[in-house]
Design a protein around this ligand. Sequence first.
Ligand code: ADP
Length: 276
Amino acid sequence: MHFAGVDVGSTTTKAALLDQDRALVGKSLLPTGANVVRAAQQAFQLALDEAGLEEHDIAYVVGTGYGRYKVPFGHAQVTEISCHARGAMRVFPGTRTILDIGGQDTKAIRVSPSGEILDFSMNDKCAAGTGRFLDAAATVMGLTIEEIGPVSLTSSAPLRITNVCTVFVEQEIMSHMSRGRKAQDILRGVHSAIAGRSLALMRRVGIDPEVTFTGGVSRNPGMVAAIEERLGAKINVSPLSQHLGAIGAAMFAVERAQGSPAPRPLVGELHVVGGH
Ligand code: ADP
């Protein structure tokens, strides 16, 4: 028997499949695009294909993310706050604070040692400080989203970027470029500005170690370094970080199907790096 989590985000849709021992057996990731229902179906099918399973092998599906009510095959919906917290604690059981930076919003979440959500704060009013802000910075500099983080890490003289608004930051970057400033110094400033905003959001909920960074932006090594620099401490990042919402949803699917509301944290089967 297997269990699925489908995380329909504003930018990407992720699916994760767990077996009854909560080991990850399949996952997928694709752009959400305009047809949210189709994205959910495709992500589910791709994860099934990766695992070599059929739809009837899945006992329970939990949808999460902004499009969680558009998962037509979902048995239940759980908020992304709960799912990211559950996914983060699955990989890093010592997690007390979660920073989730996705395509269009940023969340800070504080959890108790047993996984209860103690507080959360969310920036979803504008793109400032989210993946979209970094996507815009990459585009204006003629680089890919995968390139900007590593490039920023080569800077030895970061610029101070004053704008956190996506529209104005494009103008600010172009003005620095026209004055011949180095791409790495501009980008280090961009990453540092977002890290500053993220820290402010985390302080609203209180920052308890360990801090686990989730969401697509946690795949950017420049953001990880900028946050660690501002925080003055190491943070947890997993290679599965963009899937932790879907994995958390699949954890809820296991519990709901088994009728056990209490979280049973298990560690070990997932490939984990970067724990501190
Ligand atoms: P959603 O809010 O849809 O759940 P995600 O958590 O999937 O979004 O995050 C999407 C964002 O992650 C993109 O806007 C992009 O900025 C960033 N991102 C995705 N993949 C990478 C990568 N390989 N390197 C750096 N950044 C990435």
